[in-house]
Write a protein of this length. Structure first.
Length: 636
């Protein structure tokens, strides 16, 4: 049977798809990426599309209403190609491009904690480049090519007893490489505790070595181009993690990956493809080739790291929740297909446990958390909430599932912090009139995590919702902004004529309940750690908040809804994407890399599912701000 033509609107993009292909996969083939929080199981309802022409096979309708179905709305994951089709993908169903914001990049991790971390650890990058001129062989000076190069490397680098290795793939081409360069060569080497490894030989040039610092988040992926000689970030690129088509959270992706051996390779190829797209954009913009990139450092949670390397993650989600490895072996770029020097080593941050990964170890490194007497609380809020508490004497860590709400997942008009996202909300308690601040000052099309926190706080303040998140229709019967919609209730943030889409932008009662569950999980994790180590909340000298979402949080509103502890404003510090910053620091300093590996071993992981403490705290946190108002004196 020949393939069918599928046209996607409004791009007017046509691709061919075989009989039996889901529209979700067909859209991905067309490079149109659709939200799929449930990983294509038909339960989340996020992948709505409109069938404009054609007659696909519909295997399920999920929570679609009869009115939506009559208008041609279908779930992409439950709609199967069996003929030519024309499909419209509405804006609210699309994964939006992630934008790397420049604001905190050039402040640099190296000074953010009040002292120069690179000066402390020492600037000794994991890869170096050395230009040298070798004497040509003669009948009397007839040393082998490798011995000649090896001797000159020892002399120039003063490497002492440190061994110098050369991979077979480079050794095979060594004779031609030296002679084509007329014995004037630039040698790229990886420098580790095991020795020096030659990873590239090219004609002599004075270009500096470069490396990639890579953050693989569940939701987004960020790549920094680092000049290893100067330490500068010379370029950067970011995108959503295209693994999102397999599910919003790590559990959905693990389930997909282990269903079939081919699935694990597919999900690995997807994240490698995401990274390579970012790399290619950077290389093109800099007029570089992959041979300019000497090494890479990757930081991500435990699941993302294992999927990146193609390691079976099934036991991460099965009790007793054991990862394959915590210390991750370095691999040549060619083994996983990254667009770099083929023999360049790709290093991954060590994990602590199944749900506290290398991204958190990277954050602990750049905050210098383990090198002082003061007790510090480190929180990375994203799809999961990872928390570290401690000082130089002890460190405990835990992870709690916040779900995708803070990153726009599972929210009616949820989106990431990009143009069109509502990030601040003001509601007049008397008239219920709304003022909005929107990213890039554009028309609102949705609401991002910081906007959701802000909005829930303002809804509570205006008594539109009660402390349990229930909408109070009877208290505001005169306002058309607050309305019932059959199975749900909603509050209008922007009318259609004020918005960038074709619908009113609203927040629903279910949206509010999702945020309450997410914030309750994070706060319960904090309280559980404090209880287990018998530390009072007032003993915390600083609360460090990491993550793209955390960077835009309003502390007052976060306290008002019970997401963050009720402490003085000056105790809070926001550090943005600590994961990629930790990757950068480890690229530039071997001592920092050793410290990171030690940090991973030093942290004690607390499994929240053991014992009743976390669940008791979680249930208590399912109110705004909390069941126990004495924990939030400023909210009374």
């Amino acid at each position: 049977m020949p393939p069918f033509q599928i046209k996607f609107m409004p791009e007017n993009r046509i691709i061919e798809a075989d009989h039996g292909t889901s529209l979700l996969n067909a859209a991905a083939k067309a490079e149109i990426y659709i939200k799929s929080g449930c990983g294509g199981k038909g339960t989340c309802g996020a992948c709505k599309v409109v069938v404009l022409s054609g007659d696909p096979l519909v295997t399920g309708t999920g929570s679609l209403t009869s009115e939506q179905i009559s208008k041609g709305v279908r779930l992409a994951c439950q709609t199967i190609v069996q003929g030519d089709l024309t499909i419209e993908v509405p804006p609210e169903s699309r994964l939006q491009e992630h934008q790397v914001l420049m604001g905190d990049v050039h402040k640099g991790i190296l000074q953010e904690s009040g002292h120069d971390l690179l000066e402390k650890f020492g600037h000794h990058p994991l890869a170096t480049k050395q230009r040298m001129t070798l004497s040509a062989p003669t009948l009397t000076a007839n040393t082998s090519d490798w011995a000649r190069l090896h001797l000159e490397l020892r002399r120039v680098l003063k490497s002492g007893d440190k061994p110098i290795h050369i991979p077979l793939s480079i050794l095979k081409n060594l004779p031609e490489s030296l002679r084509k360069a007329k014995w004037d060569v630039s040698i790229t080497l990886t420098d580790t505790d095991l020795g020096l490894t030659v990873t590239h030989i090219e004609p002599g040039n004075d270009q500096p070595p470069y490396g990639f610092a890579i953050d693989i988040g569940t939701t987004t992926v960020v790549v920094y181009l680092i000049n290893l000689l100067t330490g500068e970030i010379e370029d950067q690129q970011g995108s959503y993690n295209k693994q999102a088509k397999f599910g919003d959270d790590v559990i959905s992706r693990i389930v997909y990956a282990v269903e079939d051996a081919a699935h694990l390779r597919e999900i690995q190829d997807t994240v490698i493809g995401t990274i390579n797209e970012l790399i290619d954009k950077i290389l093109a913009r800099r007029a570089f080739t992959s041979d300019n990139i000497s090494c890479a450092m990757v930081a991500g949670n435990t699941t993302m790291t294992q999927l990146f390397l193609g390691v079976d993650p099934r036991y991460i989600r099965l009790e007793p929740y054991i990862p394959t490895m915590t210390n991750v072996p370095s691999v040549p770029a060619r083994e996983i297909g990254l667009h770099m020097i083929p023999e360049a080593l790709v290093h991954c941050y060590p994990s602590v446990a199944s749900y506290v990964g290398g991204d958190i170890v990277a954050g602990a490194l750049v905050t210098d958390l383990a090198n002082g007497e003061d007790i510090i609380l480190f929180i990375d809020i994203g799809t999961n909430g990872e928390i570290v508490l401690g000082n130089q004497d002890w460190l405990v860590a835990c992870a709690c599932s916040a779900g995708p709400s803070f990153e726009g997942g599972g929210i009616t008009f949820g989106m990431r912090a990009m143009p069109g996202a509502i990030e601040r909300v003001i509601i007049d308690p008397e008239t219920l009139e709304v003022s909005l601040k929107v990213v890039s000052n554009s028309l609102p099309v949705g609401i991002c995590g910081s906007g959701l926190v802000d909005c829930v706080a303002k809804l509570l303040e205006a008594k539109i919702i009660d402390r349990a998140g229930n909408f109070q229709l009877e208290h505001h019967a005169g306002s058309d902004r607050l309305r019932s919609t059959g199975d749900d209730k909603e509050f209008v943030l922007a009318w259609t004529h004020q918005a960038g889409g074709e619908k009113d932008v609203v927040i629903t009662e279910n949206d509010v309940k999702n945020i309450i569950r997410a914030k309750g999980s994070v706060y319960a994790g904090i309280r559980t750690l404090l209880t287990m180590v018998s530390v009072d909340i007032e003993m915390i000298s600083k609360v460090v908040i990491a993550g793209g979402f955390g960077n835009y949080l309003n502390v007052d509103d976060s306290v008002q809804i019970g997401l963050l502890p009720d402490l003085e404003l000056e105790r809070f510090e926001f550090i943005g994407n600590a994961s990629v910053k930790g990757a950068r620091l480890a690229l530039l300093s071997q001592n920092a890399w050793r410290e990171a590996e030690e940090l991973g071993r030093k942290m004690t992981y607390v499994e929240l599912s053991v014992g009743p403490t976390f669940m008791d705290e979680y249930v208590s946190a399912l109110f705004l701000p909390h069941t126990d108002l004495s924990l939030f004196p400023s909210c009374q």
